[in-house]
Design a binder for this molecule. Structure first.
Ligand code: GH3
Ligand code: MG
Ligand code: MG
Length: 389
């Protein structure tokens, strides 16, 4: 079983994904919010395989139809063929059509569920119809159907299990009612039970591994997007976000503002209190910064070293000085002693800038303007805010 090493996890910040790993998912269920995300991921990542299963089903049942016509007596095959062509094949076609409509994708699991149930019950009906017509049909096809539903159609395990139990029930009923040879009946039911055990076993671990892959993927993404020390977004994410927000602002004709925040005399702080305490101070400043960017398109990031950036989407221009000042004041209010500074406590200088994106302004310009403002704040004595634009 593919398991995630909990030792490795100790380096990964607290998140719903890490929570899920710690809680375990042997019952093949995450908590409600994560489960919803997983189902979307599951449907999307299995889309090609689900479609291939649909085509495979269509081809196989067409083949069985030809064999029925070629080998069965004329009073039997019209029954089996009408079930194959009238019930099973259309179910595959419907599921396939749904899989090609992006807006219908949420219904795909239900369509696959329905198609699988119809395929299984249809196959049982074929066996029943043939036995009823006194024709000893080879019953092995039903074993294939069970494995197909567990392993190939990419249904969630619980659903595949439910469908297969219903099919099994129907099969046992048909065997009891129509199968006159007790030896054949016994073998057929035992084989069917065995096929279910094999399929359920394989299917369970298939889904367990898919869930593990989902969590690993999500945690890797988080790791790649965030700064390890402060938990804020890193510079790479900042650039990606700025690019996105810049385009959005251009479409919506809105402003984008940023604040560049630099800790004052931080080299001296490190020298006096040690690098470890320096890290503690950076985390404290990062928490303040994170608190000031809370709307969906806002973003707090660590720009590098002791520098941070906040992106604000569509702020009121007149509010920008206040927003930056809030950060400065909140850092000062931390009251972290810094004897090497003229202020006696840890402080930050902030350069803020606001721009309306257009064809001849890039976000690099916004960063540059904020950087100039920051330089001025430092020049004018630190622990203050300068706003441009
Ligand atoms: P100024 O007021 O002009 O900004 O002076 P400063 O000392 O803050 O600026 P400078 O750029 O000279 O020094 C930044 C210091 O930040 C130097 C570096 O050791 C420290 N630093 C950068 N990243 C980290 C970190 O992750 N942890 C710790 N503890 N210190 C860091
Ligand atoms: Mg600096
Ligand atoms: Mg500094």
């Amino acid at each position: 079983m593919l398991n995630i090493d909990l030792e490795v996890l100790s380096n990964i910040s607290k998140s719903q994904f890490r929570n899920a790993v710690e809680q375990g998912y042997r019952r093949l269920r995450f908590d409600a919010v994560l489960e919803k995300q997983f189902l979307e991921f599951y449907t999307e990542s299995h889309l090609t395989r689900t479609r291939l299963a649909g085509y495979l089903g269509i081809v196989m049942f067409a083949l069985f139809t030809m064999i029925d016509i070629a080998t069965m007596p004329a009073h039997v095959w019209p029954w089996t063929v009408s079930i194959r062509l009238g019930l099973v094949e259309p179910a595959f076609v419907v599921a396939l059509i749904i899989s090609y409509r992006t807006t219908w994708l949420t219904y795909l699991p239900r369509a696959v569920f329905g198609a699988s149930l119809i395929t299984g019950l249809g196959t049982v009906a074929i066996i029943g119809a043939a036995l009823w017509q006194k024709f000893q049909i080879p019953y092995e096809g039903i074993l294939l159907v069970a494995l197909f539903i567990y392993l190939i159609v990419c249904l969630q395990w619980w659903r595949a299990l439910l469908i297969n139990l219903l099919i099994l029930l129907a099969f046992i009923l048909v065997e009891i009612v129509f199968q006159k040879d007790p030896q054949a009946r016994l073998y057929q039911i035992v084989f069917m039970l065995a096929a279910n055990a094999v399929g359920a076993y394989g299917g369970y671990f298939l889904e367990y591994s898919t869930r593990t892959g989902f969590l690993v993927n999500a945690m890797l993404n988080e790791l790649a997007e965030h700064d390890g020390l402060t938990g804020l977004f890193n510079r790479r994410t900042l650039n990606i976000h700025l690019e996105k927000v810049w385009r959005q602002a251009m479409r919506d004709n809105q402003d984008v503002a940023i604040a560049m925040i630099d800790v004052d005399h931080f080299k001296k702080y490190n020298d006096r209190y040690g690098h470890g305490q320096g890290d503690v101070a950076l985390k404290a400043v990062a928490d303040v910064v994170a608190n000031q960017a809370r709307r969906p398109l806002d973003l707090p990031a660590r720009y590098g070293g002791e520098e941070f950036v906040v992106v604000w989407y569509h702020p009121a221009a007149s509010e920008l000085p206040n927003m930056a000042e809030n950060i400065r004041a909140a850092v000062a209010a931390l009251g972290m002693t810094h004897e090497g500074s003229e202020f006696g406590t840890l402080s930050v200088s902030i350069g803020a800038a606001l721009m309306r994106p257009s064809a001849d302004h890039t976000y690099a310009e916004l960063l540059r303007t904020a950087d100039i403002a920051l330089y001025e704040a430092k020049e004018q004595g630190r622990n203050q805010v300068v706003v441009h634009g």
